[in-house]
Design a protein around this ligand. Sequence first.
Ligand SMILES: [Cu+2]
Length: 169
Amino acid sequence: MVRHLLFNAFQSLKYIKMSTVDPYEKKIIMVTGAVLSLFIFSILYARNKNNDLPECLPFNKAYLEPKITKLDDKTYQVYAVAQMWQFQPTQIEVPVGSEVDFFVTSKDVVHGFHINDKDVNMMAIYGNINKTTVKFEKAGIYKIICHEYCGIGHQAMQAEVIVSEPSKY
Ligand SMILES: [Cu+2]
């Protein structure tokens, strides 16, 4: 299969060389080929990277109960529930260096789930669980805000992740 494709590509190249293709068109073909190769290379390269992309999990009513679970000193799980117009839990306290799995869902309409200074931009949707993992390397307060207009109280919809030095624990 691959050999066949390569052979075909080679034949086409030969054809391009021999025929009287306009030099300008030849340039376009070369540029297109280069861009296409770059594109294919990027896909192959990205495939082997461990991207922390959000996942979509099967829905389960257990996720509608907001909670923070400590798995060990540096690993936490948060069931974050969005509803008009609040997030629960409203305060999530973890020590510096923690890895937190967020399971996000909604009790009513579609809300947004964005964590400041982190690459988290998710939707909170009823009947749907979105999961992402975030590592908090620096101490501070990270605001969680709703970035999907959800009604009259939308702008007040927020929560926070408080990341502090381990001495507090
Ligand atoms: Cu909102």
